[in-house]
Design a protein around this ligand. Sequence first.
Ligand code: FES
Length: 162
Amino acid sequence: MNKTKTTTETDLARINAIVAEYSQQKWALIPLLQQIQNEVGYIPPESIQAIARATGLFPSQVQGVISFYTQLYTEPRGRSVVRVCRGTACHVRGGKTILKLVKQHLELEEGETTPDLEYSLETVACIGVCALAPNLVVGDHVYGHMNPKKVEQLFKNRKDGG
Ligand code: FES
C-alpha cells in the first residue's frame, strides 16, 4: 500500500481541532470521521486514539467503524479516483482489458495510489450506465465505450510525464 505521505504536523493539528469540537459525543463518531476525511483526505491511523478518547469509545470500536464503511480511508488517496467498472455488461464488452490497460498506464494495482498522489485505482460492480459499456469513471466524469486507444488518450499526459 501507499506509504509515500506521512501525516504532517499541520494535518494532526487540524484533526485535533476537529476532534475537540466533537468531544464526548459518541453519536457524532461518523460525522467526526467524515469531517476529518474531508479536511485531510483520509483518517490517519495515528489519530484513532484521540478520536476514541474524545468520543468515549475504545480505539478498536473506532477502527471497527472505519473498516465497516468502505468510503472511509486510513491511507492517503489520489486527487483523482479512477473507478473501472467490473459489472457484467462492461465485463462482456472488454472491461477486463480496460482494467489491465489502466493498471499498466498508471502502474497501479487496485486499491493503490500513485506516489505523487494524483490517482487512486478502484473497481466497482456497476456504475449504472451499462448501455455505454465498457465504462470507467475519473473523479465524477464517466467515460463510456472505452477501448485501448481511449485509455491511452486519457492517461497520455501521465505517460509523457505531465
Ligand atoms: S456493468 Fe458497467 S455500467 Fe453497468
